[in-house]
Design a protein around this ligand. Sequence first.
Ligand code: OSB
Ligand code: MG
Length: 368
Amino acid sequence: MRISRVTLYHLRMPMQSAFKTSFGSTMERECILLEASSEGLIGYGECVADRDPGYSYETAGTAWHVLTDFLIPEILKANLDSALELQKKIAHIRGHPMAKAGLEMVLWDLIGKRDGRSLQDLIGGVGDSVQVGVSVGIQDDQKTLVDVVEGYLRNGYERVKLKIMPGRDVEDVSAVRYAFPDLMLQVDANSAYDLESAKALFPMDEMDLLLIEQPLAEDDLWDHRQLQKKFTTPICLDESIGSERHARQALEMKACKVINIKPGRVGGLSQGIAIHNLCYQASIPVWCGGMLETGIGRAANLAIASLPGFIFPGDISATKRYYAEDITNEIFELNPGSSINVPNEPGLGVSVNSKALEKFTVKKTTIS
Ligand code: OSB
Ligand code: MG
């Protein structure tokens, strides 16, 4: 496929409610939508870099720079027929996995549309739907937290992830566990602890959690190994796994027992699939994380989450958990049984609502 033109849209989308994590609180989510023309087709991709470098060093600003000045010029007019060919062409551009992942998603959408095949079909996913949960931000107090969780349970979510940070950990989680003794529950610290402060988390080992996500620093596999030795509850790595190589090393080192796969974090769907394959071989469960995606990125997450090694429910909630209005015409809804359908139309299987796109665009550029 020859991509002749790429338009970037910097989006700012109002969220339904504030999302507070150990690295900050946000009421508006930013990202970059990529729109490419190739041989009469239009393909879309989402770059999940947000406004601030809180979750990762990448921001919508750095991704914009790297996409416009390096990545897009590199691939424009090249003949690309697979994600691996694309990755080879951009391999000399160091880092910037979210920018790369957005571009790779566009190519998958184009290939699927050309061949009349869904992304799920192209990558070998199975089933009509995938199991999902909801990621709940830090709330003002424990009563509010329990109420918010109860609301999501009423909506039908059967697995809940609680964001935690120092001072808002054991008591918050035990309040929710006490209120909902049988709930599938897990926590995510987004790197807010070190080995010393993580001692505060020991009581959580008795709270029947599915996993504890990313307690320590992003670049610290070794201390995660030290911490995992002290916990029966599986430690799950998110930020620390930037590539298949990191995943292999983390498993060899026993730094974790579960891996969260986000295509954006690891540089693209192809890289996410590679990590999935590695973990599947090793019988290590994986699950699909989220980055508060629009319907574009959500469609891709649903497809990858249908690979057989995605054992735990994904952070892929229904559209209305995030946005009153999305940029896709398709709205994702929660089925009874806490699942969401995997799109089965060609490519990502979603279409863009141009009115909504225009409304949320703060900056736009075309490269051809
Ligand atoms: O760490 O998993 C995370 C959202 C933004 C950045 C990082 C994370 C998250 C979430 C929400 O937990 C996942 C989602 O529902 O999209
Ligand atoms: Mg996480």
